[in-house]
Design a protein around this ligand. Structure first.
Ligand SMILES: C[S@@+](CC[C@H](N)C(=O)[O-])C[C@H]1O[C@@H](n2cnc3c(N)ncnc32)[C@H](O)[C@@H]1O
Length: 219
């Protein structure tokens, strides 16, 4: 049984803002564009098992299932309130995904059990220790040759992007976001054993530079 008193930070820092999350993302972050691009990096195949880490309201989880209806798609999040929104969206659209409660740095899944792990806008909520633990968990649950597809705030590509990112840091906290803007996420992936780690693409947004990364578990 998962420990529901364990810590996570809600999507918009305060639980009462959670219902505003979807409209805010749609309006400010070209959400469909960057999430579909991330999915496109995976070449998903029928029969594959796919995990969405910190799935939130389930937007990416549902897009993954729509991109490859014959994959088994699982989302996990540490916030029951946001999972309720994800479950409602899944039932409204009639799309069959599994949504689990759990923490990203202590996954309730067996080793070598997923072909792909995705994660979008979660790592900037984690302390450095939990970022590293989460990457270790990704490595553990991925099958050999499986891939990690990560979208999160990255190294600012210019001074304007750095200034805009202060808004995120004020909302989400400086301690969890500094490693992102200092460009350290790729090194965390490599440190925990992933190879072929690359920045696939970056987006200039109203909140700073958003980066898409991939890495692969060695065969
Ligand atoms: C900004 S939201 C992103 C949601 C979704 N992935 C997206 O792209 O819209 C961050 C999510 O991470 C979840 N989260 C934060 N820390 C977590 C942790 N330690 N374990 C599990 N989920 C966590 C929050 O509950 C929230 O749903």
């Amino acid at each position: 049984m998962a420990d529901k008193s364990a810590k996570y930070i809600p999507a918009l820092r305060y639980g009462w803002l959670t219902s505003l999350y979807d409209p805010l993302l749609r309006l400010t972050l070209r959400e469909a564009e960057f999430k579909n691009h991330l999915i496109g990096t995976a070449s998903l195949q029928p029969g594959q098992r796919v995990l969405d880490l910190g799935c939130g309201t389930g937007t990416l989880t549902l897009l993954i299932k729509q991109a490859q209806p014959n994959a088994e798609v699982v989302g996990i999040d540490g916030d029951e309130k946001i999972l309720a929104i994800a479950r409602q969206k899944a039932s409204q659209t009639g799309i069959d995904i599994n949504l689990d409660y759990g923490l990203v740095h202590n996954l309730p899944y067996e080793e070598n059990s997923f072909d792909h792990v995705f994660s979008s806008l979660v790592f900037h909520h984690l302390s450095r220790e939990n970022k590293l633990r989460a990457v270790s968990e990704v490595f553990r649950v991925l099958r050999p040759g499986g891939k990690f597809h990560l979208a999160d705030w990255g190294k600012a590509t210019n001074p304007a992007m750095r200034s805009l990112f202060f808004l995120v840091q004020i909302l989400d906290g400086f301690s969890t976001t500094s490693d992102n803007v200092n460009g350290l996420l790729p090194s965390f992936l490599k440190q925990r054993g992933l190879e072929e780690v690359i920045v696939v693409r970056h987006y200039l947004t109203v909140f700073g530079t958003l980066c898409l990364y991939t890495g692969r578990k060695p065969e």
